[in-house]
Design a protein around this ligand. Sequence first.
Ligand code: MTE
Ligand code: MOS
Length: 769
Amino acid sequence: MTVGKNVPHDSASTHVSGESIFIDDRPFLKNEMVCGFLGAPVSHGRLKEIRVEKALNVPGVLGIFTHRDLANNRWGAIVKEQPILVDDIISYEYEPVCVIAAENYKAIEKAKKLIELDIEEIESVLCIQKSIDNKDFLTAEKKIARGDFEKAFESAPHTLEGIFENGGQEHFYLESHACAALPLENNQIEIHSSSQHPSETQHVVAQSLGLSYHQVVCVVKRMGGGFGGKESQAAPFASLVGLCAKKLKRPARMIINKDDDMKVTGKRHPFKNFWKVAFDNEGKILGYKIKLFSNGGAYTDLSESILERAMLHSDGCYYIPNVEILGRVCKTNIHSNTAFRGFGGPQGNATIESVIEEIAHYLKKDSFEIREKNIYQGEDLHTPYGQLVEHNTLPEILEKIKISSDYDKRRKEVVEFNKSSQTHLKGIAVTGTKFGIAFTARFLNQANALVNMHLDGTIQVSTGATEMGQGVNTKIQQIAAGAFGIPVSKVQVMPTSTEKNHNTSPTAASSGSDLNGMATLIACNKIKQRLTSVYNTHLSGGLTPADEIEVDNTQDLSHIVFEDSFVKDTKSGKSISLKELISIAYLNRVSMGDYAFYKTPGLGFDKALGKGQAFNYYTNGMAVSEVLIDKFTGETKVLRTDILMDLGRSINPGIDMGQVSGAFVQGMGWVTAENLVYSDTGVLLSHSPTTYKIPSIQDTPREFNIDLLENNTNDVCVHRSKAVGEPPFLLGNSVWNAIKDAVYSVRPENASKLRLPATCEEIVTLLDE
Ligand code: MTE
Ligand code: MOS
């Protein structure tokens, strides 16, 4: 069986050798142009005129196009309100105003300087608070509630309240947005895009260029990372490159450089959350109210769904009897914020984990104990939105990690250390993730797969899943190889293309393998069923002169199995090589290709009521992190992190461990060093690797232990596996809470002010105050 094995990532060797092809590695086609865009110079204003005459005279410039050249200038993942090119109001600094096609990049840079814009500036809204004051929102208020919070708050022995603020986060994929367009006959166009969502890219390109969907094919071979940043926001770039190609009837490519990419694309949503909590003497939470405000930036993009997921994760891993969760997306004059690993989940989770740290400090108890008290366990396992937490592994994980991380002993050592050290501080904390798996937009929980078996016994699989490094192709390869009992080397997962798979969902919400893996398995089983029938007939000697094999669904053929490249009849002990059987099947005119569709059953979340089955299941995990802080500089080192994840029966433990460690480190970056800095006028100042710090190998935990829990219960997902891509990101919060714990030990009056990210400056300021 290949399923469950550490099969290497299907691009591992070509990534290392440098043979992997990304969009900009493609050889230039004859006549191929390069394209770039001009970004708006102000964060809010009315664009009255664009003059391009001088720029058009630059040698090498082939064309400059504005919104007037587009058949339809509006797009948007949820609300179609976002211009592809500014047509009236500039809503954020660097918003694309026009697109330039040229023979070379130098000509584009020269042209940009010569384009003249008449702009009437308008006052900008740049922070969440100002948007709240102005009542300037992108969405109506959403609500999820249970019980009676007000009553619980009034009658509880203890209450606390506060404000939790988190910053944004740059995706920092190594391959910036990239796309290429090839105009074809009959007004067709082929788009190659670094997109997590080929279907949406196809649709946006078609709409904006005035084409029908069947005239546009979008191909995605791979991305050099996406992390949510290419879920919606790849589409408008593809429209721009498509526009140049269509207008000038030449192939074109547009590769956004790192600085431009950082300035123009949306990031993780900053949040400002107002919370109140009621609890008893033991630290058991009796009531919790949270009002979440996210900074959506200039346009809606995916903000509404991201806010919703933040609300659905505001309970964290904890059962809260009386709860009120409210949320709204603020409109501001910055880039339109978008999906980022966790999709709002980390923000909702970070707030409740921080609140628990405060409860512990208030009661002078260990926060581990408060988490043990409140974790989902016992009789009532319903979330605030009414979903039952089935096969709940949270208490088991918490208990196990307490022992494996040696928590009690190390807690004592931390306390002792802080008493004696003059120069350094330590802190330790456990936090959890209970990540809901499914798109909350129910219609997105569908996938289709095309499986073609060739006469030499090799297979090509095509699905809507896009490979961004997460290993979805490898898992699909394993699923198909496992179904036919052949080595993974006999299965090739093909580039994603809208030509082969239609109406696909983005590869997102961690559900790429769940959905596309299941569709693949169903398609394989359909082919297997026919081959089994052929073999059964062949065994009984009935194939000649029989010309048509009827698939016989009435007979039990479970005794015929596919193993080690053979098809075996376990009853008679006879067997035939798969290759030979394929040949017999072919000569008897039996199809060896199939297509399958899968939709996740049982989902039903009522957005208006805030109730229902929002998720298919939960991926759970916990992390214990210990930090060492330099009191004079605030420099923080993570001394040790222990993670225990419940990934059901992992399809590929090696790839999953990579996802867990990568997601954790990315989460750790969000809560510590990654700090987006804007000027007073809304200009992003930290737009390059020199001013924006992602975690390096030096920042990873000095001791890093990752373990997977054994769990065979997840019968609602392919091969009883669980999704892994985003859930461990939330565990980065353990580092932030360990820092908060450390600050509490010496500056209890300041600890509740700790902001996220807890940068060195932030920590030193709180310690100094
Ligand atoms: N891993 C790598 N290496 N690169 C990525 O861009 N994206 C993450 C996660 N892991 C990402 C990654 C995000 S945001 C999601 S939603 C999932 O992968 C998407 O893939 P999956 O659904 O196949 O897990
Ligand atoms: Mo991931 S944020 O759902 O692309």
